[in-house]
Ligand binder design. Structure first.
Ligand code: DCP
Ligand code: MG
Length: 382
């Protein structure tokens, strides 16, 4: 008798972790539409229905070619009647009237605008919307609104950080981060994770994961790196023209979150929750590659950077989680729980049958524990 997760040779799995999804999306016209519907439902707090549209979009992203007929969706998982109706209308009219309606909807547009600010989530956006606010000017001149430190930085550097970060900029940042990390701990290493490790050319931020071979170092390295960024005049980088003179103090914002990680903690059910590792959210000054921005009168821009430092024995789990994509990670956990009776999160994999934590040195080890074929990071763009 076939295992419940087994699918015929050519069938598409309902789990993103059993599909290979590159950035080569042949169905963008459909997936863009489905993702607008998903985002709008997220803004309305309807997370279940939103996830259904995200899953439908993700299945289409994994296909080797564009859909030619609506009938082709019959053999695909996760495509319910709502998603199919949207696809049908796009086949017939070139666009979806429901999507057009959402894109013109005042609530959607306002929520999208407000939640594009660093530190402003859907709750705050909704609150501001229901208070009648529609523009940044209105928010910033509303006396009863007190922005927190993160939101203040979000507005201050809005223009810079709402512009996508390029791969070239990500690589320049890696030099900066590596310089600071190695200075405070020569045995530590830095890797790019998140979207850039999946092959994306642009991202909304740059995510780095730090590996420290000595036990306990993961708890002290990030505060030390932040201190170095704050205090050091980075002469070497200045001389190498990675930094310009007015750019010596490169830290524009930092928020360090101390580790609350406990080795004995079982993996959590809640996907939305942030992991417990030591991490920091930064805004860093980066020297511009090309011409100076004459209007701004400066030759740097602000970029968002996240750093995470897990303990060595859980590094592979942290890397797998932070590499994403979010939907890929979500489906890995769902697959582990429903198909393998194991609990997975960014910290660990726990086998409920034997009540043991499964050790892993690499991402390959984790896929093997789950009885999954290895999927490369660039194939995880689910
Ligand atoms: N992640 C996670 N837990 C969450 C949210 C996200 O483990 N609660 C993971 C999945 C993401 C990764 O962290 O892929 C990095 O988060 P980003 O928001 O930076 O996402 P990306 O790097 O994938 O996208 P972008 O290119 O927009 O930065
Ligand atoms: Mg990212």
């Amino acid at each position: 008798c076939a295992h419940p997760s087994a699918t015929p040779e050519s069938a598409v799995s309902q789990y993103a972790c059993q599909r290979r999804t590159t950035l080569d999306n042949h169905n963008k016209i459909f997936t863009d539409a489905l993702e607008v519907l998903a985002e709008n439902l997220e803004f309305c707090g309807n997370l279940g229905q939103s996830l259904a549209f995200r899953r439908a979009a993700s299945v289409l992203k994994s296909l080797p070619a564009a859909l030619r007929h609506l009938q082709e969706t019959q053999r695909l998982p996760c495509l319910g009647e709502h998603s199919r109706a949207i696809i049908e209308e796009i086949f017939e009219c070139g666009s979806s009237s429901r999507v057009e309606e959402i894109l013109n909807d005042e609530r959607y547009r306002t929520m999208k605008l407000f939640s594009s600010v660093f530190g402003v989530g859907p709750k705050t956006s909704e609150n501001w919307f229901f208070r009648g606010l529609r523009t940044f000017e209105q928010v910033l001149s509303e006396p009863s609104i007190r922005l927190n430190r993160m939101q203040t930085a979000g507005f201050l550097f809005y223009e810079d950080i709402s512009n996508p970060v390029s791969r070239t900029e990500a690589n320049a940042l890696k030099i900066l981060v590596e310089e600071a990390v190695i200075c405070v701990n020569p045995s530590a290493t830095v890797s790019i994770t998140g979207g850039f490790s999946r092959g994306k050319e642009f991202g909304h931020d740059v995510d780095f994961i730090i590996k420290t071979p000595e036990a306990g170092q993961e708890d002290v390295i990030l505060p030390a790196v932040i201190e170095r960024f704050k205090s050091q005049v980075q002469k070497r980088l200045f001389q190498q023209k990675v930094l310009s003179e007015d750019c010596l103090n490169i830290l524009l914002y930092s928020d360090f979150q101390e580790s609350t990680f406990d080795l004995r903690q079982l993996p959590t059910h809640c996907f939305e929750a942030m992991d417990h590792f030591s991490k920091c959210f930064l805004i860093i000054k980066l020297k511009r590659e090309q011409e100076t921005d004459a209007r701004a009168g400066r030759d740097w821009r602000a970029v968002r950077v996240d750093l995470v430092a897990p303990p060595l024995e859980r590094f592979a789990y942290a890397l797998l989680g932070w590499t994403g994509s979010t939907l890929f990670g979500r489906d890995l956990r769902r697959f582990a729980r429903l198909e393998r009776g194991k609990l997975l999160d960014n910290h660990a994999l726990y086998d409920k049958a034997t009540n043991t934590f499964l050790p892993a040195n690499t991402e390959e080890d984790i896929f093997a524990h789950l009885g999954l074929e290895y999927i490369e990071p660039w194939q995880r763009n689910a």
